[in-house]
Every structure is written in structure tokens, then in C-alpha cells.
Design a protein. Structure first.
Length: 541
């Protein structure tokens, strides 16, 4: 016997039918959302539908109907040298991405970052994906999407075939004036290709990191030391976009090119628009001051030249202290890292982390070794069919904060007695609490201290703030205060009340431990070091 979806009373037949239809649609959407988010197999979902259909005959019998699984891809999967390729199309994927932001119609242009990388799928075979990923940098969420997908036993054998559809698609959109979205044309421009070294060399058709002329940024000839190619020079002449386009690096003195890159058809800066990805240099970030500068949007503009000088010094020291054979491609790459900041802003603007995270999600869409490319196409079509969350672009508003956990324990200065008190607040810089661990902040005037309370008076939100006595933790290679790192030695002994909007950054306090070998309990906290959390600053610019 079917279970009624709604109880009908004093309604017309049409109202009743509409109500049943609405509830039926909600049930279908909930089932589809549950199946997609929990990665339920289509066999299991079809079995569940057959059971539910006994009580809800309006449900489909087949999981593919419920999930709106795309099945018209067969003719679009093309065979190229080394495997199969499917092109999703820039217009469709970008329009879908923009549609999830209610304020995307306010955008005037679109800047596209492109990532290409290999993704091994199975331990028992060489099967691998080579996706072409994109990301629109004007959108607030770093949310990559798939432009094209290759599957084979190795990387695509012919780069021209692999990139052919992407290049045609990009040229067609540029000739049309941009991406059509909500009856407007949004100009689309490639900002940068964010790739690791092997992928970057593959699509640029240049020598790899083990080649004598493998450096993407300068023309120096590598030196063979202890079975590896090293790059000891730090002030070599730089490569240029024009010289690359003219294939000027293909001669007896500089054999950098291995072929003619198909990406030249897009008029790209084949040097300037292929920045180094610092993610693949993280093992060499001993000179952390330089990296903190280049990763901090509030510091990188002012101190970029100084950071570059420090990185050059670091590379020289590596050769002197550890031997010239350590000056390999990745260490040498630090010399050119600050140049990327000058063009793109702080290094997180050209980070590959977002694309790497997406590759992990992509791999989880493959449930068996049979037809992995087709599996991904189907899974992505099911995700696109879901009624997703609509995102809102952030606005510069400091009047609305989320406060939680009301209490009455204080402290409250005399002029604020009787106001509402809270222990937690969500600010643009992150989650702040009056409890230890999430209560160290810096306010706009540079003062550093702890949040002792959150208060609301006359619809205005304030924090009760206890400032520190602080000084520099180190002075070489520059004062730590210049990069926002402090030695904390105690409190000033007074409370201040400041607007919640004045909090400029969230900090973490780390104890500096002092060891005493003369006593049994040989460790004690000497003082604390306050370090800013980089991700709590404003967005990189």
C-alpha cells in the first residue's frame, strides 16, 4: 500500500496534485544528492529505487534517470595518440561555474588560470589521467573545473593533438568577444599556466630540469656535477617572451626548445605566463623570511626586492655550504621566484595547491579500471545536475558579524555594563574566541593582544582587548617586526574596547621553551612568539 505524501484537506484537486508533485520532486532531489555525495554505486542505487518504488511509484526505476546521468558523450570521446580525450568545453563549464554565484553578473572580465598535470589511477597498471583544469581568479572560491580530460597508459604522445580542442575553443571564444553569460559577453583571458616542471616542459616543448638549458627563466648553461645538472649562476640573462616566440633559443649556444609549442597560437607569454609553482620548492624554503614576505599580501609589494636578494643569497650559500652539486633546477628556481610576485602578486595567486586538491577529488570519481574516462564524464554530469548551493561574492562589509555562545562572565568595562556578551565571533579574518587558542589578534593600529570578551551594544559589535608588551624576536636578515613576528613578554595591564572591524589579523602563540639541566624538571616557558596566520589576511592582490 502506498504511503501518502501529503494530507489533503480543504484543497482543490489542482492544489493537491501540485503539493504531491512538489513533495515527490523534493524526494527525488534528496535521493540524488545523497547518492552523489556518498558516492553510491549505480547498481546499489537502482536496487534501492526498486524497493522505494513499491511505496512511491513516481520514482524512476533506474539510477541514471534519477541522477540525470549524461550518456551522449560516446561520439565526443576522440582517440588521439596514446589514449582517449574528451573536451568538456570552456563555454559550458565556465557558465556552470558562474551560475553558482548570485553576483557573478557584476563581473566585467574573466581571468583563467590553467593547470595540466598527470594523475596515476591504479597501482597495477600505467593507466593515468591528464586533465586540463581551469580556475577563474575573479571568483572568491578557489574552485577548479575540468576543461578537458585525457586517459591513457602514459602522457599524451603528441602535445598538438592533446591541446588541439582547448586551443580551438579558446580562440573561438576570444574571436566571439568572450564568454556569454546572462545576455552579456565577458572577455576571457588566460592569466597563467600553473604546472609542475615536467608538465610545463611538455606543453612548452622545452628541455626538462635535467637538460643543460633547462631553466625556463634564464639562458645559463647547466654544469654537470656529481651525476646531476646544476645551475650555479644567479645573475644570468633572462629569457623573454619575444625571443621564445621567435624560437631564438634553438641554436648551438642555447638548445632550450625541443619543438614548436602549440600554445604559441594563443599569443601567450611563453615565459612570463608560466610562473614557477612554489609548491614544488617547499623542501628548499629554509630561508623562511623570504617566503613569508612573498606569501603575505601585505608584505610582498613592499619587500619583494629584498626577498629576491635574500633568495639569491640563499642559493649562493647552498653552493658554498653543501656543495655545488646541490644547485639543481629546483634550488636554482628560487632565484626567479620573486619575479613571479612582481607580475602576479603574492605567490598564493599562482599556487598549484588548489589544482592538486582537485586531482584527488577527480581520482575518487573512478570506481573501477573499466572505462575510467567515461566514468568521470558520467559522475561530473550527475554532480552538475544537483541543485547546488548558490554562492555569494563577498562584499566589503564590517557591520554584520556572527556572534555565538552568549554568557555573562565578563570582563566588561564600566561604560558597557548591561550589554550582551559572547565568547565567540566569526570575523573576516576567521573564527575568534575569548578562550585560549583562538584569541590572539592584531588590530589595525598594529597593537597585538588577546581577546577577552565579545560584546554587542546598540547593534554594534566590539571586542574587549588586552594588549601585549612585545618586541622583535630576531633582527637578521631583518627585524621580525617588519614581517609581523613578535616576542611576547607580558601584558600591559589594561583592557581596551575596540570595534570588531578593527581586527586585521589572527595570530598563534608558540611557547619558547628554556631548558635547565640543573633541575629535574628541566623545561620551562621563557616567553611566547606570536606568528601571524597568513590565510587570515585579506585576499592576495
Amino acid at each position: 500500500m502506498a504511503i501518502p505524501l501529503v494530507e489533503v484537506s480543504d484543497q482543490s484537486d489542482s492544489d493537491s496534485e501540485l503539493s504531491v508533485k512538489d513533495d515527490s520532486q523534493v524526494l527525488k532531489e534528496n535521493l540524488a544528492f545523497w547518492a552523489v555525495t556518498n558516492k553510491i554505486s549505480q547498481v546499489a542505487l537502482s536496487g534501492l529505487l526498486q524497493i522505494l518504488q513499491q511505496h512511491h511509484p513516481e520514482l524512476p526505476k533506474d539510477s541514471r534517470t534519477l541522477l540525470s546521468t549524461f550518456t551522449g558523450y560516446t561520439e565526443k570521446v576522440k582517440q588521439i595518440s596514446g589514449g582517449s580525450y574528451y573536451h568538456f568545453g570552456l563555454q559550458d563549464v565556465i557558465t556552470t561555474k558562474l551560475s553558482s554565484y548570485v553576483q557573478a553578473g557584476e563581473l566585467n572580465r574573466l581571468s583563467l588560470q590553467v593547470n595540466i598535470d598527470g594523475l596515476p589511477l591504479f597501482k597495477s597498471s600505467g593507466g593515468q589521467f591528464w586533465p586540463i583544469l581551469g580556475m577563474i581568479i575573479e571568483l572568491p572560491r578557489k574552485d577548479p573545473f575540468i576543461i578537458g580530460l585525457f586517459y591513457g597508459e602514459s602522457k599524451p604522445k603528441i602535445v598538438d593533438e592533446y591541446l588541439c580542442d582547448f586551443i580551438k575553443d579558446m580562440r573561438s571564444i576570444c574571436e566571439a568577444g568572450g564568454i556569454r553569460f546572462r545576455n552579456r559577453l565577458l572577455p576571457l583571458k588566460i592569466s597563467a599556466f600553473i604546472c609542475d616542471t615536467p608538465a610545463r616542459c611538455y606543453i612548452k616543448c622545452v628541455k626538462g630540469h635535467s637538460g643543460y638549458y633547462g631553466c625556463d627563466n634564464c639562458v645559463q648553461e647547466g654544469v654537470y656535477v656529481n651525476h646531476r645538472i646544476t645551475f650555479p649562476e644567479t645573475e644570468s640573462a633572462l629569457r623573454t617572451d619575444d625571443a621564445f616566440a621567435a624560437q631564438s633559443y634553438d641554436n648551438d649556444e642555447d638548445s632550450h626548445h625541443t619543438g614548436l609549442s602549440p600554445l604559441l597560437q594563443l599569443g601567450l607569454g611563453m615565459v612570463s605566463q608560466f610562473p614557477l609553482d612554489y609548491m614544488h620548492l617547499k623542501n628548499f624554503l629554509i630561508l623562511s623570511v623570504s617566503m613569508r614576505i612573498l606569501l603575505d599580501p601585505s608584505l610582498c609589494r613592499s619587500f619583494a626586492d629584498h626577498a629576491q636578494s635574500l633568495l639569491i643569497l640563499f642559493v649562493k650559500h647552498v653552493g658554498d655550504l653543501y656543495g655545488k652539486h646541490h644547485l639543481v633546477y629546483n634550488v636554482h628556481g628560487l632565484v626567479h621566484l620573486a619575479d613571479n610576485e612582481k607580475m602576479y602578486g603574492c605567490l598564493d595567486n599562482i599556487s598549484g595547491f588548489h589544482f592538486e586538491n582537485f586531482l584527488g577529488q577527480l581520482k575518487k570519481l573512478v570506481r573501477s579500471p573499466n572505462y575510467p574516462l567515461q566514468q568521470v564524464i558520467r559522475r561530473l554530469s550527475e554532480q552538475d545536475a544537483m541543485p547546488g548551493n548558490v554562492h555569494s561574492l563577498p562584499r566589503n562589509s564590517t557591520s554584520n558579524f556572527i556572534v555565538k555562545n552568549q554568557h555573562s562572565d565578563g570582563p566588561v568595562p564600566a561604560q558597557y555594563v548591561g550589554c550582551h556578551q559572547y565568547k565567540e565571533i566569526q570575523l573576516p579574518v576567521g573564527f575568534i574566541s575569548s578562550l585560549n587558542g583562538n584569541n590572539c589578534v592584531q588590530i589595525i593600529n598594529g597593537r597585538l593582544g588577546l581577546v577577552r570578551n565579545v560584546i554587542v551594544k546598540n547593534a554594534a559589535t566590539f571586542i574587549v582587548f588586552e594588549p601585549f608588551h612585545h618586541s622583535a624576536e630576531f633582527s637578521y636578515p631583518l627585524s621580525s617586526i617588519e614581517i609581523g613576528i613578535y616576542k611576547v613578554v607580558g601584558f600591559k595591564g589594561s583592557l581596551s574596547v575596540v570595534p570588531a572591524s578593527s581586527v586585521s589579523s589572527k595570530y598563534v602563540l608558540l611557547p619558547r621553551v628554556k631548558y635547565n639541566t640543573d633541575v629535574e624538571s628541566n623545561a620551562s616557558i621563557s616567553y611566547y612568539v606570536a606568528l601571524p596566520l597568513l590565510h587570515t589576511h585579506d585576499n592576495c592582490t
